[in-house]
Every structure is written in structure tokens, then in C-alpha cells.
Design a protein around this ligand. Sequence first.
Ligand code: HEM
Length: 532
Amino acid sequence: MMVLTYGLLTIIVALILVYIWNLKSCYDYFKQRGLPGPLPTFFFGHYRILWSLPNLSEQYRRWTQQYGSIYGLFEGTRPMYVVSDVEFLHEVYINQFALFNERSVPFLMKTVRGHQVHMFGASGSTWRRQRHVINPTFSAAKLKLMSSAIYRCIQSLVNKLEVIQEKREQFNIYELYRRLTMDVICHCAFGMDTDMQNDIDNAFLQKCKLAVHDNPERLPLTKLGNLMPFLIPVLLYIMMGQMLLGKLFRIILPKRFSPEIEGVPALWILNQVETIINARKQASDNGKQHQIDLLQLMLDATMRNKAKSNSIEHSASNNTLLDSKTLYREEVGANILLFMIAGYDSISTALASCTYVLATNSNVQRKLQAEVDEQEWNEDGQLSYDVVTNMNYMDMFIREVLRMYPIATTATKRECNTTTTICGHEIQKGALIQPDILSIHYDHNLWGPEDPYEFVPERHYAKRHLMAYMSFGAGPRGCLGIRFAFMELKMALSQLLRRYTVLPGEDIEKGFQHRETFLIQPDAVYIRLERR
Ligand code: HEM
């Protein structure tokens, strides 16, 4: 018995020693390559500091000032290159895209996402197929068809502003922008006739607000899975157990006792989308045509290509289907959820930053108003899609706002799928590349001769390095919604500037403090409006 106990103890101690030795040797990765970086702590690497920061991107920028344009961090044991060298990034995002075509998602998510994957999280042939099928959904012709729905939503914002402006007090316009962008995405994604400006308790708005704050990277189970990948099978069971328990409680407890067990907001949205898809299918079986929206365009792609099964499992096990131009039912739902979150949070944040700049930069505002005034407005007070897309100064204005206040910097992280060499650096399979976008966007060599800390839209006239501007990512995996975003931003800003001059509120600087969860967002944008 004693022998057995000692034997067991020896094995456990040996395993722990191997684990510790393995951890220590992981941390030599950058040292062996002669790359600098802050010292990692045992077990956590740099996770502890990365998790505790209110604004991660700002810290990357500070470290770049200290360690240079390529330095190393560890996400747990995974090496991560933080890079502001644009030649290096050009190799990663363009020349060697095939080796870096995956976005980095946490280990745990990689294991559980199988059934309902959207384009943002998809990898390999699944991503290629989805991107190929969904790309035409965002073509100029399709966006043109959606522009009148967007205009209706903006009109509702304008009506609200009319009332607020009368009070002549400062107000936080960011909150109204959130309602606008939710209205727009509900109209454009699945033709819902919402009015979020007046229906502020709308369930979609509330759930989306919660969903965007659920950063999966910050979930305790994800963190543990990242730190100890060998625990993932166990963590997976725990996660499934949690979800089952949640479901059980929702069934057995009356709603008033269990409002907080409503479930994960993203799952709630997915269920709603599923109901809408079923209704659409029924309508189309009965020969009814539906209006053009993102959901219908994706469903059409699904139908057109005759998906052979309702299940994604089927596609995963059937390689011949993976190459076809098909979207599967679960993928349609997952992508609609993605568009809702992307369309809601990123565009409202961009509008908020634009408005901050308008309020604090009267020269730029005057130039924009002049451009807005000289356009050909139709008698309904609308600008056509073509007119909107050709507003050059507005275009440069938005680009400059997003250069100075980029929103989704960590979304651009890439994972290396095959060991390779970039600009003389050997990058091992599994290593991560995180561009330091703030350092790039404020680099005098890339953005001069004007001071990059000054707001100068005209600097976008000049041709810059392809990697100098990364607000929408770069390369074949860059943002799919960029045209949609520009259309909505320009339509909303022209309506605002046609009627009003934006003035700063007393608390404008206090409110414009940035925090980063998944996106970098200000707390508030306090302004006043003066009728023109
Ligand atoms: C101002 C608004 C927006 C900003 C700043 C923004 C920014 C970004 C960024 C930085 C990425 C990562 C790109 C990369 O890794 O290279 C991304 C990806 C993506 N965005 Fe956007 N986005 C915006 C609006 C939208 C909208 C409105 C939609 C759709 C309705 C959208 C859909 C997507 C999708 C589907 C991807 C993943 C593309 C892929 O993996 O192939 N985005 N976005």
C-alpha cells in the first residue's frame, strides 16, 4: 500500500515538475528570438495585467514607446507579437494571408462554437464559403435598396432631436445614436418596423446592450481554458452543465422568480432570429415574397443553393458541401446576430466620436455643413445613395475620426497556422499577431507632414501605406460592413448638419473618456444643438 502511495505521489510530483518546466520554457520564446517585452509572470504570462486594464490598446501603445515596433507578450503561454511595423503587417495581412487567415478566438470558444459559427469566428473553408456567399449582400446595389429604410430610422432620430433641442440643455447624444443604430439594424437585418427612439424598453435593444458587454474573453471559464488548454474537455462539460441548469430553471421557475435566469442575451437574440426565419420560410412556402433585407438575402442564398440539411454538423462532415455556395440555417442566424452586434455598437460609437469632433472643431463643422448644403436634396429631404457616397469631405472626415478614435482594434488579431518567417522573424504556428493600431495611426512617418495629433481630414487626400489605416482591419478578412457603415454614418451626419450646428455641452470632456471591453468606447458625448 505504502509503495503504491509513494509511486502515485512520485508520478504527481513528476507531472507537476514537467508542467512547470514546460511553462518556463514557453516563456523563453521571445528571449530566444531576441525580441524585447515586459517580463511575463509565472502561469499567467501577461494575462493578469491584460485582464485588469481599462484600455488595453493604450497600454500596447505605451509598451511600443518602451520596447519598439515589434515586441512580445504572452496570453497565458501563447506568444503574441505586438506590431506597429507596417512592412511586417503587410506580410501578415496581405502577402502571407493564407498563413494568417484566422482571427484568434479563445481556446474554449474554438471547441464550443462548432454548431453556430458566424463569419467573425469562422476559420478555414467555412470562413471562405461564408464570406463568398455573404459578400454580395453588402454590394452597392443591395445597399441602395436598404437606404430608404435607413432614412426612416434617421427621421425618427431627427424628430426626437427636435424635442430635445427645444429644452436648450446639454444631453448625451450617444444614447440616441444607440437607439438609431439598433433601429437601422432591425430594419435592415430582418425588416422589423421598430421605433427605438420611443420604445426604449424594446427587448432587442436591451438584449443587444447586454450582449455587447459579454466579452467571451473575460468569462472565467474562457480564462481558465486559455491558461490551461488541457482542461478544456472538463470545462466544456461544466459549461454545458451550466447552460442546461439555466434552461431547467427557466422551465420550472415562474418568470417573476427568475428574471435574472433569462439566459445568455446572445442566445435570446438567436432564438428570436430563428422564429423569424421559420415565419419567412412558411411565407415563402406559401408563395409570398418578402422585402429585401440582410436576412432575406442570406436566406435566398440558402434556398438558391439548396442546402441539403438543416444541420451544420452535416456540412462539417461532408467536404463536398463545404466548397458549395451554401449557407446553412444555423449560420444565417449566427451571422444575423453578428450583424446586429456589429451594426449596433460600432456605428453608434463612430457617430458619437464624429459628434464629439464636430462639437469641438467648428472649422471642420463649417466645411462639412457647406458640403451638405450644396448637395442635391430631393423634396422628401433625402439624399440619394449615389450623392451620399460621393460626399468626399464627409468621407475624409469620418476616416480621420476613426484614425484618431479607432473602435475595434483587438478584432484584428491574427493567429499563425503554419510556422513561417516574416521580415527575418521566425513565427511559430499558434503564435498571435496583434497590430498596435494606436501607434500606427499616430505615427508621424505614416501620417505627416501634419501633426498626427491634430484633426486634419485633408491628410486623407494623400496616398498612404496600405497598413497605415487599420480602423476596419486589412486584407481579405477586413470588415465586411465598411460600405454599410459609411452609408449610415454619412446619411445620419448629413441630416444632423443640415438642421443644426453642434455645440459642446459643459461635460463634453468629462464624458469623452474611453474604456475598452471588446470595443473602445467613450462614456458619453454631451452636446447642445443650435438650429441653423
Ligand atoms: C464604424 C463601424 C465599424 C467598424 C469600425 C468595424 C471594424 C471592424 C474591424 C476592425 C474588423 C476586423 C477586421 C480584420 O480583422 O481585419 C471587422 C470585421 C467585421 N465586421 Fe466590421 N466594423 C464596423 C461596422 C460593421 C458593420 C455595420 C457590419 C455588418 C453589418 C460589420 C461586419 C463585420 C464582419 C462580418 C467582420 C468579419 C469579417 C471576416 O472575418 O471576414 N462591421 N470590423
